[in-house]
Write a protein that binds this ligand. Structure first.
Ligand code: PAF
Length: 282
């Protein structure tokens, strides 16, 4: 049976309210479509913790910068719905741009501090768009739980902060990164890479993991990060946006990892893709 697809906020809310009335707990997974196994892991995590799961698909224009891939971002709605149905999801929410941003829309959501660094510095305005759309989606769905991939660790931190600051009563869960057999973090943008570029892309994980190990075993963070950035360029990436070791929650730069929960973050450009990854430093 095809999955029910809601096109309006009201349709989704009515369904969520009906499920709640039946005593069911509701989970939501927010996506921009072009789904892969990483997204399906979010749906599976949601199915473990809740009774009914809605997956949203909305390519949010406000989080794309000038010159980025908004127009060419793959729209694969049918295939995506089939994947969600096969995973056991219960419904889709696929709104139009005018449903999400009606005429006269003028509200912005700014999460200070957390959004100035890492991808926020490399993609100015990106997290303002993410914060805006995620706040809307959380309010629209009024779900019990929601699930975000840890590949976008900074996005997860921003969403946790805005949900806390704005008293949004949905539990925000992080789900571990899904990787291919060679360690490449799955991403919709991997589809932009040629076979040769995929081979290079797989080195990002290896290099960051080594840097995490070096830092964890007492290496000086800035030095390990610098070496990792050099190794990324040497591996064939065209440009490194950052390699940094930061506190896992506050995203403050860490000078020495001792006694703090921190992660190493990397972002680099290869062909048409900008790849990001991160690792825990123990
Ligand atoms: O991670 C994504 O796919 C997007 O940033 C999200 C959370 C769906 C908001 O548009």
């Amino acid at each position: 049976m095809p999955l029910p697809t809601f096109r309006t906020v009201q349709e989704m809310r009515d369904q969520v309210a009906a499920w709640r009335l039946d005593g069911l707990r509701v989970g939501v997974v927010f996506t921009m479509g072009n789904l892969h196994e990483g997204h399906i892991a979010l749906v599976e995590a949601a199915l473990k913790k809740t009774d009914r799961v809605i997956t949203t698909i909305f390519v949010n224009p406000t989080q794309f910068g000038e010159g980025e891939d908004l127009d060419s971002y793959p729209r694969t709605h049918e295939k995506d719905t089939d994947m969600v149905a096969a995973a056991g999801g219960h419904a889709m929410f696929v709104p139009s741009v005018s449903e999400m941003y009606p005429e006269g829309f003028s509200t912005r959501v700014i999460v200070d501090g957390l959004t100035d660094v890492l991808c926020g510095a490399a993609r100015p305005g990106h997290f303002d768009g993410v914060a805006q759309i995620v706040t809307k989606l959380l309010n629209q769905a009024q779900a019990d739980e929601t699930f975000f991939g840890e590949k976008d660790w900074q996005q997860l931190a921003v969403v946790k902060r805005l949900a806390r600051d704005l008293d949004i009563p949905t539990v925000i869960n992080g789900v571990p990164i899904v990787r291919d057999d060679y360690g490449l973090a799955l991403s919709s943008r991997n589809g932009y890479l040629s076979e040769e570029e995929i081979e290079i892309a797989r080195k990002l994980n290896v290099i960051l993991k080594k840097a995490a190990y070096d830092i964890g075993t007492g290496g000086f963070t800035a030095d390990a990060c610098e070496k990792a950035a050099e190794a990324i360029l040497k591996a064939g990436f065209e440009k490194v946006d950052y390699v940094e070791c930061r506190d896992a929650d506050t995203l403050e730069l860490v000078e020495k990892s001792e006694g703090r929960s921190c992660r190493i973050f990397g972002a680099a450009h290869l062909g048409r893709a900008r790849l990001i990854d991160n690792h825990l430093v123990n």
